[in-house]
Structure formats: structure tokens, C-alpha cells
Design a protein around this ligand. Structure first.
Ligand code: FAD
Ligand code: DLZ
Ligand code: SF4
Length: 506
């Protein structure tokens, strides 16, 4: 007999493990284990989503004729998979597992498992991505600089998505110049999709409340779908109600509106409940049937076959050294508000509320508010990366790390952006209504009530002038700094220093 271990983010019926095994002879193993549930202090909703989705997937597998041994949290004494398998399956002929999303666990498997477990281990490549790690390595080889846009075009050609022969649909690869407007309220907001909890959900929610009481968040507002069918409903809901305006309002932020026109599909895609290519095909279909404009559909598809595949490629190209990068030499810890949500900065309070209540924040909230603030403060990349890995329902190291360490913190020197995404309060003011509701003044940088993003932005630009003054994309910013009155610069820097002395007071 062979056994197949199915991990919590491998909930796909086309998983290579299932193709490799024979349902009439072999057994599948799924387990909720402390090593995975506590290697960081995951948000309660993230654990609940994963456990419930795992339990529902086990039912689907049994319905499809598989024999599944499922180990529920708290009902067994194994901390991790290796101990469980060596105790229960020492007589298995082979252990089959699809390669892990995260380096941490894959490294343990490669290093220890055959020796500890005493069973031959076969690792299969994960076919659920468009771009294999080998293809990405070949693509990256010999290039001085990697750029997502060029990778994305390769993926468009390879997938055939939005291609008309050899040409991109509409004649352009990228329609971002038509996107990214602030939200004015003219377009009605989409309806909210909710799912009823079944017995499995209720059992898991009670279990998580009992076993992980000190983890972030509350389960009262748990709204995630936990089955394949619900994930499909979420996709259909997005295509009908949100996709048409996805591009227009992709970067907008509005007080009290936690999702706007975003898809909320990342947890389902990352867990394996939705196939990324099928998601893109559904969006493409909406364009060809006239239900969504090209700027929206292209922008959405780019996030999935572009950014999502690109960050995974970077992760496997550069791990494990990547996780230790800190090119800006940051040392600070995260302010307490990242856990409490308690801050006078209205933009931060809004994004943190969304995070704490829903284990969600949309991309621009993550990048330009909570991320930007950590960058401007000079937080240690390890500390902010761990936070992002803990708090979002969609967070797995392979996707979180490049986004945080690379895109937000610029700690890798620039694989995900040729310049840091550092921004002052003006950007937040342009893209949101946050500043209207804030105690701080977004128009000033050196006064006692000045927007902290403004003062810290100029401090960041000033303190990193040796790294960035030669960057041609930052020439204008350094030109502005050089032209600023010396006394004004001194006053801004002094105000920033006082903020840096006590960020918890903000
Ligand atoms: P939408 O805005 O509707 O986008 C559609 C889909 O595109 C997403 O579901 C996702 O699958 C994909 N996507 C969009 N942007 C990215 C990106 N930059 N990288 C990878 N995929 C992308 N995404 C995760 O899935 N897991 C993470 O742990 C994660 N951590 C992040 C940390 C930081 C600091 C930042 C700036 C971004 C992070 N992202 C992460 C990317 C992005 O913010 C989320 O994918 C997105 O907000 C999820 O919400 P959505 O499904 O509504 O996305
Ligand atoms: C994130 C997570 C959590 C919280 N719990 C489990 C678990 O109990 N059992 C499991 O199989 N997977 C879990 N996961 C997902 C794993 O961390 C993920 O599969 C690995 O890190 C590989 O990407
Ligand atoms: Fe955020 Fe500054 Fe605007 Fe306040 S004024 S909401 S701190 S950007």
C-alpha cells in the first residue's frame, strides 16, 4: 500500500498526488497538526478556513471513492506529519506528496523524512501553476534585471489568454493607464456574498475558538466559503458584480468599505479550491461576451498569471537566502497598533480594522498603507513579513514573502519594483477618503499635527539618499528634496525624528 499526504493548501481534485495513486489500493492522509497551525500565530479565521476546507475536501474525496484517514486537531497527539506517519504508516510501501508551497516544510521533507519515517518518499511537482519552477529559472537565467511585465507577456503567450493570434487583445499588453481611479460613489457598490455555516463549519469554529483563543481576530464575522461549491459561487459573484469595475477602482480605498470591487478569491485559489487558469478563463469569457471591459479583465488576469506566478518564481529561485535579505538595514520592531488596530492615523485604523475583523485587506491597503508605513518607519523585514503571514486568510510564505520583503520593504534590492513603493500622505489622500476623517493634516509635514506619512516619507528619502539618488526613476524626488529650503528640510526631519522616537503614540 502507498499513502498520499494531502496538505491544507492542496485541496484540488487534479492534485498530482491523486493522479499518482490508485484509489482502490492506496490511502490518503490529511491531518490538522500543531506544527502547521502554530508555526506562526495565524489569524483565527485563517485556521478556521483551512481546517473547515480540509474537512469538506476529505468528504469530497470519500465521495469520489478514496479511502481517507483524517486526523482532527485535538483528537490525536502528533505535533507534525512526520511523527504521525512514522507511528501509523511504518509499513507503507511509499509516501507520496505534491511539493509544498512553502520552503520551510519542503526542506524538512527533503532533509529528514525518509530517515525519520523509514518509508520511501516521492515528491511530485505541483502542476497547479502555469509556470513551473524550472521554466522560471530558465527565464531568469542570465538576465541582469527581472521585470514582471516581460514575464507576464510570456505567460499571456503561453496560456493564450486574451491573445488574438500572436497579438494581445485590443493591441496593448497592459491597460493600467485606464485603471486606478478614486471611488466617487457614482458606481453602486457590489452586493456582499455570504455563506451559511454547516455542521462542519460550526464544529471547526468552536474548535478554533477553544484551541486558539489568543490568536488575532474574532470568528463572529467569519464569512469565507469553505467548500469547492462555495468557492465557485464566489467566482461567479465576482465575475457578475465586481469584475466590470475591477480595473477602475483597483487602487481606491473608502472608509467602511472593506472590499470594493476586489474578488476575495485569493484564499480559494491558494488553498486549491479554485484553479487559477479556470478563474482567468471565466474573466476572459466575460470580456468576449461583452460583460466586462478589457481594462478590467486584462488587469485582473495580470494579477493572477503575472504577479502571482512571478512571486512564486522569485520565491523558489531565491530561497532560502531570500528570507534573510535586509538591504535597507532596518532594525525596528512593529508598533503595537498592528495587533490592536488602535491608532489615530485613520488610514491605518481602517486597514487594520479590516485585517482584524476579516483576515483580509485588499492589495492597495496592504501595499500603500500598512506596508508603506512599515517601510517608512524602517521595520525589520522579518518582523513585518511574519505579521503579514499571520494575519491574512490567503497568506502562505511563497506568496507573502516576495510581496512583503520585496515589493513593500525593498529589502531584496528590487526584484519586484525598480524603486521602493514609498509614498507620502498625498497618495493616500488621492486614492481614498481617509484623510477627510483623520486628526492629522495631510497638507503639512513639519507641524505637530502633520500627517505622519508626510514627515516619515521625507525622512526615508533623506536617510536612503545614497542608495536611491542615482535611481533614474527617483531623480525627480531627489530634485525636489535638493530644491527644498534647508530650514524646511530640518523641520520635517525633526518632526520625523520625534515620531520615530515613539511610533506607538501615533
Ligand atoms: P484581487 O485584487 O481581486 O486580485 C485578484 C487575484 O490576483 C488575487 O486573488 C490573487 O490571487 C492575485 N494577486 C493580486 N495581486 C497579487 C500579488 N501581488 N501577488 C500574488 N497574487 C496576487 N496575496 C496572497 O495571495 N497571499 C499573501 O500572503 C499575500 N501577501 C501580500 C502581502 C503584501 C505586503 C502585499 C502588498 C500583497 C500581498 N498579496 C498576497 C497580494 C494581494 O494583496 C492579494 O492577493 C489580494 O489582496 C487578495 O485579495 P483579492 O483576492 O480580493 O485580490
Ligand atoms: C496553514 C495551515 C494550517 C494553519 N494548518 C494546517 C494543518 O493543520 N494541516 C495541514 O495539512 N496544513 C495546514 N496549513 C497549511 C500548511 O501550512 C501548508 O500546506 C504548508 O505550509 C505547505 O505550503
Ligand atoms: Fe493617513 Fe495621513 Fe491621511 Fe491621516 S492624514 S489618513 S495619517 S495619510
Amino acid at each position: 500500500m502507498k499513502i498520499g499526504l494531502i496538505l491544507g493548501d492542496q485541496l484540488s481534485l487534479n492534485l498530482p498526488t491523486l493522479q499518482h495513486l490508485n484509489k482502490s489500493k492506496d490511502r490518503l492522509v490529511m491531518a490538522e497538526v500543531a506544527d502547521e497551525a502554530t508555526y506562526v500565530k495565524h489569524h483565527k479565521q485563517k485556521i478556521a478556513l483551512i481546517f473547515s476546507a480540509m474537512r469538506h475536501f476529505a468528504v469530497d474525496l470519500e465521495k469520489a471513492g478514496w479511502q481517507v484517514d483524517y486526523y482532527c486537531y485535538g483528537e490525536h497527539a502528533f505535533r507534525g506529519f512526520a511523527a504521525l506517519i512514522s507511528e501509523k504508516y511504518a509499513d507503507a510501501g511509499e509516501l507520496v506528496v505534491t511539493r509544498c508551497g512553502e520552503y520551510r516544510l519542503q526542506h524538512q521533507i527533503d532533509r529528514d523524512w525518509e530517515r525519520c519515517i523509514g518509508v520511501p518518499v516521492t515528491c511530485l511537482d505541483d502542476s497547479r501553476f502555469l509556470c513551473s519552477t524550472t521554466f522560471f529559472q530558465q527565464w531568469a537565467q542570465g538576465k541582469k534585471q527581472l521585470r514582471m511585465e516581460f514575464f507576464y507577456r510570456e505567460m499571456r503567450r503561453y496560456s493564450g489568454l486574451l491573445m488574438e493570434g500572436d497579438e494581445p487583445a485590443g493591441g496593448q499588453w497592459n491597460y493600467d493607464s485606464n485603471n486606478r481611479q478614486p471611488y466617487t460613489g457614482k458606481t453602486p457598490l457590489p452586493p456582499v456574498l455570504t455563506f451559511e455555516h454547516d455542521d462542519i463549519d460550526r464544529q471547526v469554529l468552536a474548535l478554533v475558538e477553544e484551541q486558539f483563543p489568543s490568536h488575532m481576530g474574532s470568528l463572529d464575522s467569519f464569512q469565507w466559503g469553505t467548500t469547492r461549491e462555495q468557492a465557485q459561487q464566489a467566482l461567479a459573484h465576482f465575475i457578475e458584480h465586481r469584475l466590470p469595475y475591477f480595473g477602475d477602482y483597483q487602487d481606491a480605498m473608502v472608509t467602511g468599505e472593506d472590499t470594493l470591487f476586489h474578488s476575495l478569491l485569493s484564499p480559494y485559489i491558494n488553498l486549491g479550491l479554485l484553479d487559477p487558469m479556470a478563474v482567468c478563463q471565466a474573466a476572459e469569457q466575460a470580456y468576449y461576451s461583452g460583460d466586462a471591459p478589457l481594462n478590467a479583465v486584462e488587469g485582473f488576469i495580470r494579477q493572477i498569471i503575472g504577479w502571482r506566478e512571478y512571486v512564486r518564481g522569485i520565491y523558489w529561485l531565491l530561497m532560502p537566502d531570500y528570507a534573510n535579505e535586509n538591504r535597507l538595514g532596518n532594525t525596528r520592531d512593529l508598533p503595537a497598533c498592528y495587533w490592536t488596530g488602535d491608532t489615530k492615523m485613520h488610514c491605518m485604523a481602517e486597514c487594520l480594522r479590516n485585517t482584524i475583523d476579516h483576515a483580509y485587506a485588499h492589495h492597495i491597503q496592504r501595499l500603500m498603507v500598512t506596508g508603506n508605513f512599515a517601510l517608512l518607519l524602517g521595520v525589520l523585514p522579518e518582523a513585518i513579513c511574519q505579521w503579514y503571514l499571520e494575519v491574512y486568510a490567503d497568506a502562505f510564505d511563497w506568496v507573502e514573502l516576495p510581496n512583503t520583503l520585496g515589493m513593500v520593504m525593498h529589502a531584496d534590492g528590487g526584484y519586484l519594483g525598480s524603486k521602493p513603493y514609498a509614498a507620502s500622505g498625498s497618495y493616500i489622500n488621492r486614492m481614498s477618503d481617509y484623510c477627510k476623517h483623520c486628526q492629522y493634516d495631510v497638507k503639512t509635514a513639519s507641524e505637530a499635527d502633520s500627517c505622519p506619512f508626510n514627515s516619515l516619507y521625507w525622512h526615508f528619502i533623506h536617510r536612503h539618499r545614497r542608495q536611491f539618488a542615482g535611481n533614474h526613476r527617483m531623480k525627480m524626488i531627489y530634485g525636489n528634496l535638493n530644491r527644498m529650503d534647508e530650514a524646511k528640510v530640518e523641520a520635517i526631519l525633526a518632526r520625523a525624528q520625534s515620531l520615530l522616537a515613539d511610533p506607538d503614540a501615533l
